[in-house]
Design a protein around this ligand. Structure first.
Ligand SMILES: Nc1ncnc2c1ncn2[C@@H]1O[C@H](COP(=O)(O)OP(=O)(O)OP(=O)(O)O)[C@@H](O)[C@H]1O
Ligand SMILES: [Mg+2]
Length: 313
């Protein structure tokens, strides 16, 4: 097994195309007894205390655990933002040695890893469009390809109408959606997300999760997501519990359970939409509304509901 430096020298175009045939057993992340200790003055805080973990290509992993247990630190080490203190970290089958240069790691992050971290804010002086374009610009992608991809990604996260807005003009949830589009700009092989739905309402969580699941299913992108949201864990096919800097649980989720979780979330979305507007979508048009069967209605079409009730009584 080589080192992380080999990735750059052997980078082939086939690794970055969407149609790549993927061997799902490829090891994307491997932690062997990984420790991370932060030094504060003369003493150290042991945050990761011997993590052993393997994530294969195409897996969708959810990570949860108490506040302060080391989840974000673990994701930062995985993303090579932070260096571990002891043990071995392998990314894409190559060892991320403690002496890997910043240049090599920066290139790896730019091309192969997508980040949705709160600490990685959008650049305030760039529009939503420019923020999503930036990673592609840095990677030297041609202009035509950049423009097409920015529009496609912003469309998928429901932000096509705000391409010219600056981050300060966007809500927290809108910024988060642009951040997700940016993370996917260079078609990363690994997507790391720290509380991706933190700023999103139910409807947008559903939109984003649909998009991520499609990427996961069609392109076999490997996704690792830290979340406190029990509902979101059901989207993953594996759930890992972190406690006191160690892996305390590691569980596969079966397909049926995942489907149930998704259905529940969708029902919540429909319910909250109904509460907000009184509007019923075409998918639930046959449901009972006030005890009376209704058709698709505009939000203010109370007159029709009233008339239907009267004619039924
Ligand atoms: N740069 C740092 N210097 C010192 N201590 C740190 C540093 N970063 C994190 N820590 C400490 O490491 C521990 C784990 O932090 P981490 O952010 O990984 O937790 P977490 O599991 O993500 O928690 P949360 O659910 O609240 O986000 C905490 O006690 C935190 O104070
Ligand atoms: Mg955290």
């Amino acid at each position: 097994m080589g080192t992380i430096e080999d990735i750059e020298s052997s980078r082939s175009s086939s690794l970055t195309t969407e149609t790549e045939e993927i061997d799902e057993k490829d090891e994307i992340v491997r932690f062997d007894n990984v420790h991370k200790t932060y030094l504060i003055g003369a003493s150290g805080i042991a945050v990761l205390r011997g993590i052993d973990l393997r994530v294969n290509r195409g897996e969708f992993v959810a990570i949860y655990g108490p506040s302060g247990s080391g989840k974000s630190t673990m994701l930062s080490v995985m993303g090579t933002i932070d260096r571990h203190s002891k043990g071995d970290v392998f990314l894409f089958g190559k060892k991320a040695g403690l002496n890997a240069t910043d240049k090599i790691l920066a290139n790896l992050r730019l091309k192969d890893i997508g980040f949705v971290f709160q600490a990685f804010n959008l650049l305030p002086s760039l529009t939503a469009f420019e923020n999503v374009e930036l990673p592609m610009l840095l990677a030297g992608k041609p202009k035509k390809e950049r423009i097409a991809r920015v529009y496609k990604l912003l469309d998928r996260v429901g932000m096509l109408h705000r391409t010219k807005s600056f981050p300060a003009q966007l809500s927290g949830g809108e910024q988060q959606r642009v951040t997700i589009a940016r993370a996917l700009a260079n078609r990363p092989k690994l997507l790391l997300m720290d509380e991706p739905s933190g700023d999103l309402d139910t409807k947008n969580t559903d939109l984003i999760m649909d998009f991520l699941l499609e990427l996961h299913e069609k392109q076999k992108i490997t996704m690792i997501m830290v979340t406190h949201d029990v509902g979101l864990r059901g989207y993953a096919d594996r759930v890992i519990n972190i406690r006191d800097g160690r892996v305390a649980g590691d569980m596969k989720i079966d397909q049926d359970q995942r489907m149930r979780m998704r259905k529940n979330l969708r029902q919540q979305v429909l319910r909250s939409r109904r509460e907000e507007t009184g509007w019923m979508s075409s998918t639930d048009s046959s449901e009972s509304f006030g005890g009376v069967r209704t058709e698709l209605r505009a939000p203010t079409d109370y007159g029709t509901v009233y008339a239907t009730q009267e004619s039924c009584s």
